[in-house]
Ligand binder design. Structure first.
Ligand SMILES: C[S@@+](CC[C@H](N)C(=O)[O-])C[C@H]1O[C@@H](n2cnc3c(N)ncnc32)[C@H](O)[C@@H]1O
Length: 348
């Protein structure tokens, strides 16, 4: 099996990750050593030479073909005084390791740590070893329940791809070891400040199971294209089943991107209104949250840097519930998503 797949050897070729706020974080750390415990070709260490008070770089790797000191950094990372960890660790979700049939080679790490992705174990180990950590990790982290979230200083979602050989959507996380409330943790998209982690959490959609809504069912009269297509004209949207340009016989119990949805027979006569309301709520939600609560999807839209997104069914259910409430004349459950201004003061 190739080292690329098993060891996650996708190197950070471009310095797109070093946004001004990330650079300021490194400078403010006042650390003199840049330390990459998953060093690969050493590209990240090379990028930050000469920044702030960095005088020295130190790398470790498990691959003896590389020139670093050997260390299994998924076991433990030796601490170094006055060092800031700057890394892009290997990523591999347990389910994709199974699909790629390399699960047995990594089973030990999943078993021992209980994490569902190797990057989470790597990140956990960096935080045991250093106070200051900068790591490029999958963007799915933003919607994860990682236990040290409250030691974050900032998260930067990168829409441009810093790799040459993979399109995995990523973010740059900066930890400073201080425990904080989420309203002190800043979220950026590229180099633009968006909001705090607290703002984002307050807008997370949670279904109330207030109406019978069944996904992935052939009887469904509402269709959901749950992922942005590469063409900007076809974003995620709800529509009538007969408007979907997809063979609906292909919708299965496991479908996650395109589906048919059945709703309580009481609401069937209002399907068109519910679809219209759902699309309006979704549009407002995307504007207000700047897409950061929607799952990232591999690849960008054709018009350039905007990342494609996927709407998970839990959030889709919450949107349909709000739309049903609206159609029933009850606006309480969705006031901030149907009003004319978001929490950033942006018109929606
Ligand atoms: C995604 S690459 C990143 C390399 C470098 N940080 C960069 O950004 O270009 C991950 C690196 O971690 C190394 N690696 C994988 N498992 C490791 C382990 N258990 N201990 C130390 N290094 C490991 C791989 O050999 C690879 O060089």
């Amino acid at each position: 099996m190739s080292a690329k797949k098993v060891l996650g050897q996708y190197f950070t070729k471009k310095d797109l990750w070093l946004k001004p706020q990330v650079e300021a974080f490194i400078v403010n750390s006042k650390c003199s050593i840049a330390y990459d415990p998953f060093a690969g070709n050493g590209d990240m260490l090379e990028t930050i030479k000469g920044i702030g008070e960095i005088k020295q770089t130190v790398g470790l790797d498990i691959d003896p073909k590389l020139s670093w000191r050997l260390n299994d950094s998924l076991q433990a990372i030796p601490a170094l005084e006055n060092a800031i960890i700057i890394t892009n660790p290997p990523y591999l979700a347990k389910y994709s390791a199974k699909r790629k049939q390399i699960h047995h080679e990594l089973e030990y790490y999943y078993q021992k740590s209980g994490f569902v992705d190797i990057y989470q174990l790597a990140l956990f180990n960096t935080l045991q070893s250093a106070k200051y950590v900068v790591a490029i990790i999958p963007e799915t982290f933003v919607n994860s329940r990682f236990s040290y979230m409250n030691r974050l200083s900032q998260i930067t979602v990168l829409e441009e791809n810093p790799f040459e050989d993979t399109e995995n959507p990523v973010c740059v996380v900066c930890f400073d070891g201080k425990i904080k409330n989420y309203d002190q943790i800043k979220i950026y998209k590229n180099d633009k400040y968006i909001c705090t982690l607290d703002d984002l959490e307050r807008h997370r959609l949670k279904p109330r199971f207030s109406a019978r809504i069944t996904f992935n069912t052939p009887e469904g009269k509402i269709a959901l294209r749950g992922v942005d297509s590469t063409n900007t004209q076809n974003p995620i949207s709800f529509m009538r089943e007969d408007e979907l340009d997809y063979d609906t016989k292909l919708v299965k119990a496991s479908s996650r991107l395109i589906t048919l949805i059945d709703i309580d027979s009481r609401y069937q006569p209002y399907v068109d209104d519910i679809i219209q309301e759902s699309n309006q709520i979704l549009k407002n939600y995307r504007n207000i949250t700047k897409d950061l609560l929607l799952s990232p999807f591999k690849g960008n839209q054709k018009n350039g840097v905007r990342r494609r997104r996927r709407l998970d069914y839990k959030s889709a259910r919450a949107i349909l519930e709000m739309a049903i409430d609206r159609v029933n004349g009850n606006n309480d459950s969705c006031s901030n998503l149907v009003s004319n201004s978001g929490w950033f003061g942006v018109s929606v």
